[in-house]
Each structure stands twice: as C-alpha cells, then as structure tokens.
Design a protein around this ligand. Structure first.
Ligand code: URA
Length: 433
C-alpha cells in the first residue's frame, strides 16, 4: 500500500477501505507519512467527503493510534463534554468542576485553539504552572481524588488526532463534518468514558454555519458514539454571537472563575448549567430538574469553585491566580472599539471576532506558533444590545499596538446595526439523543 495511491483515490472521489484508512493514520502517526502527504489527504477528504463507514474507520483508527484508557478502576460513572468549537466558549472550565462537585467523575481530554476558535488547553495553560500533559497515571489519580481532570491528548492517547488536529488548523481543513466527528470521537472514545455530552455549535462563529449542518453533525456523532456503546446526547447551541463576554485565554479563565462564583454573564451561566446537568442526567443522577438543582447548589455552596481550585492545584497550577484573578498578567496594550452610530447591534460575524482574537495573539497562525495568554477581546455589547454612537462595543488586548489596526478593522466590519432590536435567538436550538 502507498500513501500516494490512497490520496489519489480519495482525490478522485473513491471510497477508501478500512485498511487504507488505518494504514494512512498509522503511517502519519508514526512519522512514515510526512505532513505534506497528510495535508493532501485531508484536503482530498475535505473536498470529496467521507462516507459513514469511512468516518467510522477514521474514528477507530484515531482511537487505536495509541493506548486506550481503562477508567474501570475508578468507582462511579465517568463522563465528558466536548464542544465542536466556538468563540468565547470556555464553559468546559466551569462545567467539569460543577459536575464533579455533584459526584460525577469527569475525564476530559481537550484540544488547543483550532482555526478561529479557542482551545481549552490554551486557556488552562494561561494559569501559571498548570500542566495539561499529565501522565496517564496522574490523570487517573486526579479524576479519582478530585473528581475531574482536564488534559491534552497525551502522546499515548489518540496521538493521531493530536497531529492531524494541528495540521488541519493550518491547512483550512477544519470545518468538515466527518473530520470533526472523527477528531472529537477519536479522543473521547479513547478515554474510556461511559457518557458524553456534545455541544454542537451553530452560527456565524461555529464551523457549522447553519442549523441543518449542525443537526447533521450532531446526528453523525451520536450515531458513531452510540454504535460504540456510549450514552450520548448532543445539544445544538447558538454561536451566532460570542458566548459570554470574554474571548482569549486568560480572559476566559477569569470568566469561568466568575461563573463558579455565580457572577458570569447570563448566556454563559445558562449554557454551563445546561451542559453540566445533561451530563448528570445521562449518568443517572435523577430527573433533568433534579440535576439542574444539584448544579445550582454546587455553585451556590461554593463546592464547584473549590473543585476547580482542587483540580488546578492537582495539575500544578497556581491557585492564588484563581482566588484572585487580578494576578493574571495583563496585556501591555488595550484599545476600545466604538459604535459608529446609535441603534441596536443587529448581527455579529462571530468568526471574525475569533479571527481578530487570533490576530491579536490569542491563537496560532502557524502550527508551531505560541499563544499570548493575555491577548483577546472583552466584549462590551452583543447582538440585541442598544448602543449610542461612540459607545465602546469591545476592548482589544495585545502585546503591541501594531496588532490593533487589522483586528480593529475586522471587528468593525463584522458588526451590523439596526434601528429596532433584532429578533432574539434561543441559546439551545435543539437536542439529538
Ligand atoms: N474539536 C475537536 O476536537 N476537533 C475538531 O475537529 C473540531 C473541534
């Protein structure tokens, strides 16, 4: 078998065999197939699509590209939540400790920023000392002792996704349903969890721009996960406006800490409770209402915040920064973007907000780039808000003034105004169970 022939067959729209897909994934993971051939393969798959069987083969090849975890020794139900990627979507940082404070064991293996979307790992690494690269034994110990742990793909768990994910990020091959499904489920199924809640984002800031596409992606992932014996639910949620008020790594950690103290923006808090209570419900913690009440109590009592502290401490992070978020280093420069007219914000092209945050330094433009943890955007006005000419709609943060003009131009072009308020859009657009 040759990588060249597999690329050519996919380029020509043929269906690959299970053996060909496994050969390619194994070869790329082990370094026998170089980045340039993997890039060509990804682009062929992006343009030609993958059948359901090919997607299952790709998922399974990713799962078995390394070891799989055995969570069986940890008592209790093990669950995870994963988002398909959004802007300002840092809710995993709050969902995991809330669910853990209610007694669920949360084993979360997350990713880095991808395209215009942020990544949970980059956010967590903005906390001084926080380690996303725990060994398997450390991961298991943290889940058992604390109740939750969030790490990155280890070299031994789903290593194929780690490499493919970084390559997709820089080759414009992210927003394809089959590749997203295989990437997410490849990681999730390698974790050995019992239950999974998927947050499938939909709208201008998501990879799936329309509700129909989001529903298709949700149905595909639910079908694959269920065929592997997992309890799974997918929520389709709005990403037509950034979630919460923060876009950027340390800004989003601060927002998560606020949420755990009961002080986050309303949309952020609502989605956090929705996802955490779905996890509890899937795991058999009672009726949807009872699960929701447990989550609210965990926040009100301070138990969820304490869990977050415990997790950060267990993973080497400086908990002083969580107790007092003013300790996070601040960006050297800031600039306010102002509304040009009176009226209401009628739309936000949320992908452009994400891209602006990347340009400010919060994400990567090349695979080997680092991220500036303090760069990002604080959102002052969102879709539906009333504004007067000259009001600040966002504050940009970066390490150098020169980074502002391009990001500012993008933000300016991405906001629409109207004389009357736009129709409200629900936060949760649907569920696939
Ligand atoms: N999140 C992932 O883990 N993978 C994707 O492809 C998209 C979002």
């Amino acid at each position: 078998m040759r990588a060249y022939d597999i690329i050519r067959r996919k380029r020509d729209g043929e269906e690959l065999t299970d053996g060909e897909i496994r050969f390619f994934v194994r070869g790329y993971t082990e370094g026998d197939i170089p980045d340039y051939q993997a890039s060509a393969f990804l682009m062929a798959a992006f343009l030609r699509g993958l059948s359901f069987d090919e997607t299952v083969s790709l998922t399974d090849a990713i799962v078995h590209s390394g070891r799989t975890l055995d969570l069986g020794k940890i008592p209790g139900v093990k669950a995870d939540k994963h988002s398909t990627g959004g802007v300002g979507d840092g809710v995993s940082l709050a969902v995991a400790p809330i669910a853990a404070a209610c007694g669920l064991k949360v084993a979360m293996m997350s990713g880095r920023g991808l395209g215009h979307t942020g990544g949970t790992l980059d956010k967590l690494e903005s906390i001084e000392g926080y380690r996303c690269d725990l060994s398997e034994a450390e991961f298991l110990r943290t889940i058992e002792r604390v109740g939750c742990s969030i790490i990155g793909q280890t070299d031994s768990l789903a290593p194929a996704d780690k490499k493919l994910y970084a390559l997709r990020d820089v080759t414009a091959t992210v927003d394809k349903k089959e590749l997203i499904a295989a990437s997410i489920l490849g990681k999730k199924l390698a974790e050995g969890i019992d239950c999974l809640v998927l947050d499938v984002k939909c709208g201008s800031g998501a990879f799936m721009k329309t509700e129909a596409d989001a529903r298709e992606l949700a149905a595909l992932m639910v079908r694959i996960a269920r065929s592997c014996g997992k309890k799974v639910t997918a929520l389709i949620t709005d990403m037509d406006t950034p979630l919460g008020n923060a876009v950027g790594n340390s800004l989003e950690v601060m927002e998560a800490a606020d949420c755990l103290r009961g002080r986050a923006p309303e949309d952020y808090t609502r989605l956090t409770y929705e996802l955490a209570s779905r996890m509890l419900y899937l795991a058999g913690f009672g009726s949807p209402e009872a699960c929701r009440t447990q989550c609210e109590r965990a926040v009100e009592s301070g138990a969820a915040f304490r869990k977050f502290r415990e997790m950060v401490a267990a993973q080497g992070g400086n908990v002083d920064w969580i107790d007092d978020t003013t300790l996070f280093p601040r960006a050297a420069c800031s600039r306010i973007v102002r509304a040009p007219r009176d009226g209401f914000i009628s739309r936000i092209d949320t992908e452009k907000y994400g891209t602006a945050a990347v340009l400010l330094g919060a994400g990567r433009q090349r695979k080997e780039d680092g991220v500036d943890f303090s760069a990002g955007i604080r959102i002052l006005k969102k879709t539906g808000d009333a504004v007067a000419a000259g009001d600040g709609i966002a504050v940009l943060f970066a390490s150098h003034e020169e980074l502002f003009p391009q990001a500012e131009k993008l933000l300016f072009a991405s906001v629409g105004y109207s004389d009357a308020p736009p129709p409200a859009r629900p936060l949760v657009l649907g569920t696939v169970e």
